[in-house]
Design a protein around this ligand. Sequence first.
Ligand code: GLC
Length: 549
Amino acid sequence: MPRLRLAAILLCVCTCLAGRDPGWWRQAVFYELCPRSFQDSDGDGVGDLPGLIRRLEYLRDLGVDALWLTPCYPSGQVDFGYDVTDYRAIDPALGTLADFDRLVAEGRRRGIRIVLDLVLNHTSDQHPWFREARSSRASPRRDWYLWRDGREPGQPPCNWQSLFGGPAWTWDPATGQYYYHYFYAQQPDLNWRNPAVLKEMLEVTRWWYRRGAAGFRLDAVDNLLEDPRLADNPLRPGRNPYGDPNMVNLNNFRLPEEHRLLRELRRAADPFGAVLIGETYTASTAELKAYYGAGDELQLPTGHMLASLPELDAPAFRRRIAEVEATGCWPVWVMGNHDLPRAASRYGAGRAPDAVAKLLGALVLTLRGTPILYYGEELGMVGHEPRRPEEVRDPMARRGWPLAVRRDGARTPMQWESGPGAGFTRGTPWLTIPATATTHNVACERGDPGSVLSFYRQLLALRRSHPALRDGDRQPLAPDDPQVLAFLRRAGDRRLLVALNLSPRASPLNPVPPAEAARAKVLLASGVAVPVAGLPAELGPYGVLIAEL
Ligand code: GLC
């Protein structure tokens, strides 16, 4: 009995430490950033935690509640932090544990929580665990990774391929076996069927929660488990950008048993009121729903249900949103991240990137659910793709040049001001800063009421001051409109109308009866001529209107 009481007290203390409200992540606006691209403080051209701390004030003024930082641990830096060499430290290029503690404390003072990225599927090949595992077949760590004999001499154990090109098996001459890696050969997969691996990773999460981390974005969760029989994957016609045959990752991707692991991770998170965001690229709502479990797995699986739509198209977006809502699970809305081309470029290519940036911000910040913004979206930052292979930093693109996905373009430094280092660094930035940084930067946009930044700030402030936008229900309007996505957000007797023109053509606007439209008060608009009273009759190309009815 006393032990039970102690556990209850501990749980209570942890929840209080996490900010009292276990459902805080429903209300929060998340902001993903790559620390190496946010703010450099020592002139080496790479952003760092002291730099980020200096910019917390900006983030507070912007109005975000939680930051998701791409990996900050010591790393082989083959995959920009996604190849970890020590799960309980900070990469020296980014700072120290003391800097992390300061980040948490300074964030807390400003109401901003810090969420880390947990790379749990694999480590770096330089991690002491892997070094130990590869030292001998008899090593106690051997079974922490996936080691197998070849099918026959010179033949990997099965036909699985690495996402980053070539076989997913690498021969280790010293011990005469292959090891498995879904990503680069420098990222060996951990063996999650080994209970010691699970135990250690749960401890890692608790260690960071106790230090003040508010949660994790769980990297590559669909890769955690593999079919133990190592059955070959079926092939599809054609070849991928690396020249490998196309295949269906039937036996090494999204295995149903991964849900047991997600439940364990959640059980460790709950006493701390921590959030688990998942890297879960789902194509269907049935798949998406599975990640929530019975409310005991991920709180925020990033389904990419919108970001995967190829173009702005009101009927397609309307359908997707309705499908996500029909799952009955709490939605997560994301338009961009560090692996995808920038959203303003994807959807605004060559047309009106600023108008599109505002439209996308209005979409994710007015839908019912938790939005995750990606740094620079609030400035209308566009992609800056390397044009020559020598400019490429991401090995994935170099290896599959020119056809493979290019990720550098979405990871360029944050644009703070005009000038050579864009206020990001006084040295040479690790990725080239695009010419558009001279017009699209915090310093210029802050003073311009028509800028993308000013629009985002108003949007975030509106979301904060209107419970209808945070907690209210959502009622779709004009279900057959070919251009405009319109809906109501309602809480108590407050009703907000949101109308978004997803097309490059102006569109008539009549989502509510004329008498109601005449009484409406416009709260925020872009691409619209706002009348003195009531609602405008037309929404311009990619126009946005938010009004109180
Ligand atoms: C995830 C990350 C990506 C990384 C990969 C391997 O997909 O988002 O950036 O390359 O995992 O860790």
